[in-house]
Ligand binder design. Structure first.
Ligand code: C2E
Ligand code: MG
Ligand code: MG
Length: 765
């Protein structure tokens, strides 16, 4: 339906009767029909006419379908329509065109955006109606909405991004987000138009970035890098930066930069790296510790096993010699005894103690002592049978358990052991001989169990020692009593000194030629309240064994020398004091110093002292003995060998000793009157001494016959009951005074002595 149809039919284009008006109208009609916009003529709020586009816009099949439609139907609701009317009227009533964009409604009820322009045909008379032009701008409107939303979203993104975003053109900031400003410490908008040099630390850095990013961005790639930017206050901020050209083909359009402050991240990263490294170290340490712990556990387990084996071994064997110890011996003994009981067979137990072993230890040291023990153990083992047990009890004590051996068998073994010990032992450059003393006990007679058997053997061994050592003894019941006494004596000895139970007796030593008293020998006396007077021959060996000899010996030396000094002070002529020095004393360290000190303490010259040594002192270690003797000799002390002839001194050895005098043992003197052998020995000793430039003194001279024989043989001095008994100091003093008187009276004892009675015996009577 034509919009401006003023006739009932359609105008014909070729109608010849066209008036100009009609032609104008037709042209307008064509214009309207083909207009891109919808156009409607409204009167009384109803569509009078509209063009095709209008119908299309509102969803009607044809313009005719709209004729008579109320205008309100083009709006979503009545209030909308009224509102439009209220807005439009003031405009159109002045003859102007009212323009608005509004939501309109199609005939199917759907809505769309339309742009309306409305104006009155005659502003002076609204009743003439109005013309409305409608454009469907829905698509355009929606696109705008989407665009706005996109812009809005972008703005939100920009405003809320946790990274700095910068738009640059010609390296100047055209736009940036707040984060970027905050990151660099700027106020909002403060960076607008600034060159990017503003936030670079130096010109050089700025140039560098420009060069580095050019290549990738011009190829449409993203430049990525880490840059240190500079805050407004000049402090650095490490950023991870990405940059891209807005249009790579036209870099003049600018670039977008995204900058992220990674200072914190870096710090966290380096912290993490540090922590990680620490953790690694810790883990490595822990692993190391663990593996060490595991290793040490393994080692500990191994050690434990070894320890257990070692503990067993130590518990059953002697660590030094590897021989079974007392525990293992006790076990083996009880088995052997059990067996012997069943089989009615004997068992022998040999208790073996080395003679003077202590001296080796004292003089040559424990290393030599230990080495010696090892060799001895080997030799002992070699002597016995496989089934015998050789056990080391400790120190120099051994026990041999000989199952099946009777007394005869045990004696044979003991004999073999003595024989074996005759061979010297070579330890380093020392050649040592070590004799054993042995005691034998036989099962079942000497004991029914191991304890008793070993005690019996021990007692027998003790007797072997007393009997001169280097020998063996069988146990006898009488021995038991003796060993008890030895123990008693040992205990009593420990207190004897402090309880003042010792005293000294002095026995004169007389010059045979002149019968002058040349000296006295100090002899120790022990009087115990219960045990009575105990002979030094009995207690000295015990004192030696238990070490008491050292303090006792020192006491003897001091007492004897003090006594001598007193006699000197009283004007008694007594050239020397002889003091017995046990081998144990002789070997004590720094003996010469001790002697010198005592002499000095007594206020006597060293020549006033004569030390009586036994041959045994040089037996174990002649070199050391000679050394000590030399020192004593150098001190000025006189030395003599006591009991000469009973020991083992060889001539060659004797030659090397700085000894002034030999004391011929009383066992040779005793039978001089009857025994030709002894006479031969004594005269040989005297001649030998003379040859060596030594003096001789005979001890135990009891008879005139002995005295005369000795004189005839050229013996220098005599000591014995014939010349005077050992006496207490007071008696000896009287004796000395008497002797002096006798000599002063021209009554030379020698002259008288050779004829009738000897002055000493006379004196004693
Ligand atoms: P000895 O050194 O050979 O001393 C001589 C021993 O023979 C002394 O025995 C003495 O009383 C005794 N005697 C003296 N004249 C005669 C005699 O004519 N006939 C007989 N049958 N005997 C005589 P004593 O006093 O019983 O001393 C024995 C041993 O004890 C001493 O033998 C000595 O080896 C040791 N002795 C004594 N006193 C000490 C001492 O103070 N220190 C050390 N280490 N040993 C001492
Ligand atoms: Mg003596
Ligand atoms: Mg003697």
């Amino acid at each position: 339906m034509p919009l401006l149809d003023h006739s009932s039919g359609s105008p014909s284009v070729h109608a010849p009767a066209d008036t100009p008006l009609e032609r104008t109208l037709r042209e307008q009609q064509t214009l309207l029909d083909n207009a891109g916009a919808g156009i409607a003529f409204i009167r009384q709020q109803q569509v009078v006419r509209c063009n095709r586009r209008y119908a299309e816009i509102f969803g009607y099949a044809s313009p005719e379908a709209l004729v008579g439609q109320h205008s309100e139907s083009f709006y979503p609701d009545a209030s909308d329509f009224r509102e439009l009317g209220r807005a439009a009227y003031p405009v159109v009533s002045t003859g102007q065109t009212f323009r608005v964009e509004r939501i309109l409604r199609r005939c199917d009820g759907t809505v769309f955006w339309g742009r309306l322009s409305g104006s009155l045909i005659n502003p002076k008379d609204t009743a003439e109606g109005s013309i409305w032009i409608v454009d469907d701008i829905d698509a355009q409107k929606n696109a705008q909405v989407r665009l706005d939303a996109a812009i809005w979203e972008k703005q939100i993104l920009l405003d809320n991004a946790m990274v700095g975003i910068v738009y640059l053109r010609d390296r100047r900031l055209t736009r940036c987000n707040r984060h970027f400003e905050q990151m660099l410490g700027y106020e909002p908008g403060e960076l607008e138009g600034c060159a990017s040099r503003q936030w670079m630390p130096s010109d050089q850095a700025w140039e560098d970035v420009g060069q580095r990013c050019y290549e990738p961005i011009s190829r449409g790639l993203t430049f990525e890098g880490e840059l240190t930017l500079s805050r407004k206050d000049g402090s650095p901020v490490l950023c991870e930066v990405r940059c891209k050209a807005i249009d790579p083909s036209d870099l003049g359009l600018g670039t977008i930069w995204i900058c992220m402050d990674i200072t914190e991240r870096r710090r966290a990263q380096s912290e993490l790296i540090k922590v990680h490294a620490e953790l690694e170290t810790l883990v490595a340490q822990r692993t190391q510790e663990l593996s060490e712990t595991v290793d040490s556990l393994h080692r500990e387990i191994d050690d434990r096993k070894l320890d257990q084996e070692r503990i067993y071994w130590l518990a059953h064997y002697d660590a030094l010699t590897g021989l079974p110890n007392r525990t293992l011996l006790a076990e083996r003994s009880s088995h052997a005894i059990e067996q012997a009981r069943q089989d009615q067979t004997p068992i022998s137990v040999i208790f073996l103690d080395l003679d003077h072993f202590k001296h080796v230890n004292d003089s040559l040291g424990h290393r030599v002592g230990d080495a010696l023990l090892v060799q001895i153990a080997r030799r002992l083992r070699a002597v016995v049978r496989e089934k015998d047990t050789v056990c080391r009890l400790g120190g120099d004590e051994f026990i041999l358990l000989l199952p099946g051996a009777n007394a005869k068998g045990a004696a044979r073994v003991a004999g073999k052991l003595l024989e074996a010990s005759r061979q010297p032992y070579q330890i380093d450059h020392h050649e040592l001989t070590m004799a054993p003393s042995m005691g034998i006990a036989v099962y079942p007679d000497d004991g029914a169990n191991f304890e008793t058997l070993s005690q019996s053997a021990d007692v027998a061994m003790y007797r072997a020692k007393q009997g001169g050592r280097n020998t063996y003894r069988f146990f006898t019941p009488e021995m038991q009593a003796h060993s008890v006494r030895a123990l008693q004596l040992e205990n009593a000895l420990r207190r004897a000194l402090e309880r003042g139970q010792f005293s000294l007796h002095y026995q004169p030593q007389v010059c045979i030629a002149t019968q002058q008293v040349m000296g006295v020998e100090a002899l120790l006396r022990w009087k115990h309240p219960e045990l009575g007077t105990v002979s030094p021959a009995e207690f000295i060996p015990i004192a030696e064994d238990c070490g008491q000899i050292l303090p006792i010996g020192e006491w003897v030396l001091r007492t004897a020398l003090e006594q001598l000094k007193r006699w000197h002070d009283q004007g008694l002529i007594l050239p020397s004091m002889s003091v017995n020095l046990s081998a144990v004393q002789f070997r004590q360290p720094r003996l010469p110093e001790l002697i010198a000190r005592i002499l000095a303490g007594a206020g006597l010259p060293p020549g006033a002292l004569e030390l009586e040594l036994t041959e045994g002192v040089a037996m174990d270690d002649p070199r050391m003995a000679i050394d000590t003797m030399d020192q004593l000799h150098a001190l000025g002390v006189q030395l003599s060998i006591d009991d000469f002839g009973t020991g083992y001194s060889s001539l060659s050895q004797l030659k090397r000793f700085p000894i002034g005098k030999l004391k011929i043992d009383q066992s040779f003197v005793r039978d001089l009157d009857e025994d030709a052998n002894d006479r031969a020995i004594v005269s040989a000793i005297i001649r030998m001494a003379q040859a060596l430039g030594m003096q001789t003194i005979a001890e135990g001279v009891e008879t005139r016959g002995q005295f005369e024989f000795l004189r005839d043989q050229g013996c220098n001095q005599a000591q014995g009951y014939y010349c005077g008994h050992p006496q207490a100091a007071e008696q000896l003093q009287i004796y000395l005074q008497a002797c002096r008187k006798a000599q002063q009276g021209g009554n030379a004892p020698g002259q008288r002595g050779t004829q009738t009675s000897h002055p000493f015996t006379a004196f004693l009577r």
